[in-house]
Ligand binder design. Structure first.
Ligand code: NAP
Length: 346
């Protein structure tokens, strides 16, 4: 690719919007030229409208931009969406109808049968839904989504194990507070504590995983049973999960580790700018992966797996970890857009 693609960000002032702007500040293909948010921010300079929450400084070109309203037709053809779910449904459809390619991080269209729920290493072929999506919805643009922040970690860890015929999955998450946005969970609820409930999260983990690992663009979901327990823990970044699986072909531990290590997909084949060289790293230490030590691996795009061992109830069990606001949010959507650009879909 030797041309720059202009992109916009819907919901640019929020936490995920900031991640988009920060991660694309020096992107070789994408140039952020348009920022939009609610009427609370419209007309203000981005530096005034966005309460910056990231450790990396606000990019200077973004700081000087004036925030626009989310009005279709105003921004460039390609827009990333970090909109609040209460408005994403209506706004994203209006943008797609007006010819924009919406690369969304919001939950609203993830389970829509005509919308790809994409993890480029796993189901790049689900982009084949786009012509049907356009025809059925009468959109000249399109919507593509990335999964929920915990789903992406589970799906990445399970994808290499499909060759062993996955029958049953039980997953228990320990999810970072940054996944709840800002200000998120009150400090008095989470400090020195575990909150064993995250609204809607268990259903998302179960259904999104089956769609992502399914066939025919996700319309034939993976047949395995998936049961999720989700917990919020006092960790800043990085969702950790313990997973027990029933693999019908009963592979050895070495075979499972080899499958995880060798896993690779279209982003690596195409050498996409933010694709990690190794999408899954298998940790060999007894006490890894850990969020503080491993969440940033591969600039936050690598999923770590460790402690693969026999399970006396199912066949195998292991620990998986990924960065929830990078691989689980903005980084995921940017990789989706890179894949679409490389495949000539932008
Ligand atoms: P956030 O900080 O609350 O930001 C929400 C954004 O939506 C802001 O830019 C806000 O603009 C804009 N917005 C709100 N109401 C609007 C309206 N009526 N019209 C136009 N824009 C409006 O939320 P977030 O944590 O960044 O999350 C954004 C999306 O990503 C959500 O759908 C969330 O579920 C999803 N997500 C978040 C995470 C995470 O780690 N936080 C992970 C995965 C997915 P103003 O500033 O002008 O109000």
């Amino acid at each position: 690719m030797n041309r720059q693609i202009e992109v916009g960000v819907l919901g640019a002032t929020g936490v995920v919007g900031q991640q988009f702007i920060s991660r694309m500040a020096r992107h070789p293909w994408f140039n952020v030229t348009w920022l939009a948010a609610s009427e609370r921010s419209e007309g203000k300079k981005y530096a005034q409208a966005a309460p910056w929450r990231l450790a990396a400084p606000m990019p200077e070109n973004a700081a000087a931009m004036t925030v626009d309203a989310c009005i279709p037709g105003r921004g460039p053809k390609v827009v990333f969406s970090a909109l609040d779910a209460s408005v994403a449904g209506e706004v994203e459809a209006a943008f797609a109808a007006a010819g924009h390619i919406v690369v969304s991080n919001a939950r609203n269209y993830r389970m829509d049968a005509l919308v790809p729920l994409l993890i480029p290493e796993i189901n790049a072929d689900h982009l084949k839904l786009l012509p049907e999506q356009r025809a059925a919805r009468k959109w000249s643009g399109a919507i593509v989504t990335n999964p929920n922040c915990s789903t992406v970690v589970l799906a990445m860890a399970l994808a290499p194990l499909r060759i062993f015929d996955i029958k049953t999955v039980v997953v228990t998450t320990m999810q970072a507070v940054s996944g709840a946005g800002y200000p998120g969970v009150p400090s008095l609820d989470i400090l020195g504590n575990v909150v064993p409930y995250i609204g809607g999260e268990e259903d998302k983990l179960e259904t999104e995983t089956q769609k992502i690992l399914g066939a025919d663009g996700g319309r034939a979901p993976l047949e395995a049973l998936v049961s999720a327990h989700t917990n919020r823990v006092p960790v800043i970044d990085g969702h950790t999960m313990t997973v027990s699986v029933q693999l019908a072909s009963k592979p050895s531990i070495d075979e499972v580790n080899a499958a995880l290590r060798q896993f690779s997909g279209r982003p690596q084949e195409l050498n996409l700018p933010t694709a990690p060289a190794q999408p899954i790293v298998v940790k060999t230490e007894d006490n890894r992966p850990q969020p503080r030590l491993d969440a940033d691996l591969g600039d936050g795009m690598t999923v770590s797996v460790g402690r693969v061992r026999p399970c006396p109830v199912f066949t195998h069990k292991f620990v998986a970890l990924g960065h929830n606001t990078v691989r689980g949010a903005a980084g995921a959507a940017i990789l989706n857009a890179e894949l679409m650009a490389a495949e000539g879909l932008l």
